[in-house]
Design a protein around this ligand. Structure first.
Ligand SMILES: NC(=O)c1ccc[n+]([C@@H]2O[C@H](COP(=O)([O-])OP(=O)(O)OC[C@H]3O[C@@H](n4cnc5c(N)ncnc54)[C@H](OP(=O)(O)O)[C@@H]3O)[C@@H](O)[C@H]2O)c1
Length: 345
């Protein structure tokens, strides 16, 4: 049976800050039947993830496009693959049956067909399906692996996290608090600052947009220096953090969102500080740490069930809202994991 599949596409490659007008809603014909002999899984998308890295896939060229299978270039007019949760409509793969919930690489569309390795059956265990897009999905793994594996924390250490109210950042802060660290975050609005301090238990939070000198701001919040910096933004914040790092400090470079939409913007770190303070700066991709998934998952479920951690998510309804949800990431519109619910469960 053929249906119309609505999906979001870019009109042309994007250079600079994305605008809603860079996107269009397209209609494609889509078969709900499995091709005979194929292992295709036909999926109705329910919740799709809205992630900053997609902007690097939309550029005419970016180093990132050739270094990870998840970051390949997006062609104008074509379906955009994206992480999400869906429900199986039909399957030629014996591992999946009709009505199974699945999580993995879906699309910014109503339906998708999948026959690759990045799809898993999902038992939601009574929790909202959206949690599996964010806190119990790749954002959660990014925060967990980045903090525990890359930063190698010790109890009592002083941790700084940027974009702290975002999907990854809020979880890093919560893991670090649970582990027994002193945690300072920065975020881009008074509302975010209040929420992180009052609801998520950060020790201190500041609004970086109100700080004329980031180096001095960090000196104020870390009079004894920073042991761990979890970087989500890059550029000036990374430069200031390096100046405030302690001996043998660790920096996990998770993302550099402030550089994604501004080709001229780059961190110019004080490399003498890096050398003499023996700072480790390490980039990482969550996909390289899938082996930690079981540990991450059981720890996080436990923290959620005991109320030690909270889920911060920002869910809107309707596929047509994907462009504005995406564009808003670069203006700081989101609080927590940005997700679009495409269809009812
Ligand atoms: N390495 C990996 O495997 C991996 C996986 C997932 C995500 N990431 C990266 O991690 C970072 C966070 O991702 P996320 O999904 O959690 O997104 P997010 O933090 O939920 O959303 C983006 C946030 O970044 C902040 N921001 C936007 N433009 C900024 C700018 N010019 N300067 C400073 N802050 C800015 C905004 O918050 P404010 O209001 O605070 O400005 C915005 O809410 C991104 O850089 C992303 O690419 C990496």
């Amino acid at each position: 049976m053929e249906v119309t599949n609505k999906y979001v596409a870019i009109k042309a490659n994007i250079d600079g800050a994305p605008q809603e007008s860079d996107f269009e809603l397209k209609n494609g014909s889509f078969s709900l039947l499995v091709k005979p002999g194929s292992k295709d899984v036909i999926i109705k998308n329910l919740y799709v993830s809205i992630d900053p890295y997609q902007i690097n896939r939309m550029k005419i060229a970016s180093d990132s496009q050739t270094t990870s299978v998840f970051a390949t270039m997006i062609d104008p007019g074509k379906v955009i693959d994206a992480y999400g949760v869906g429900i199986v409509i039909a399957s030629g793969n014996p591992e999946f049956e009709k009505d199974d919930y699945v999580v993995g690489l879906l699309s910014w569309g109503e339906y998708c067909v999948y026959n690759g390795p990045y799809l898993n059956k999902l038992d939601a265990m009574g929790l909202p399906l959206s949690y599996y897009v964010g806190a119990l999905g790749l954002s959660g793994l990014t925060a967990y692996a980045g903090f525990f594996e890359i930063c190698k924390p010790k109890k009592g250490e002083k941790v700084f996290v940027s974009a702290a109210s975002g999907s990854v950042g809020n979880l890093v802060g919560q893991y670090a608090k649970q582990f027994g660290c002193y945690v300072v975050g920065c975020a881009g609005s008074p509302k975010k600052v209040k929420l992180l301090k009052e609801k998520l238990g950060f020790d201190e939070v500041f609004n970086y947009k109100e700080e004329p000198d980031l180096n001095l701001a960090l000196k104020r919040y870390f009079p004894d220096g920073i042991d761990i910096y979890f970087d989500n933004v890059g550029a000036e914040m990374l430069e200031a953090a390096i100046l405030n790092m302690n001996l043998h400090g660790r920096i996990a470079v998770c993302g550099v969102i402030s550089e994604y939409t501004d080709n001229g913007k780059r961190a110019i770190p004080d490399m003498l500080s890096v050398i003499y303070k023996r700072i480790t700066i390490r980039g990482f991709l969550a996909g390289d740490h899938m082996g930690m998934f079981p540990e991450f998952f059981s720890t996080t479920i436990d923290h959620l069930n005991t109320g030690k951690m909270q889920v911060l998510e920002d869910v809107s309804f309707g596929l047509e809202g994907v462009p504005s949800a995406f564009v808003g990431l670069f203006r700081g519109d989101n609080v927590g994991k940005r997700i679009v619910q495409v269809s009812n469960d």
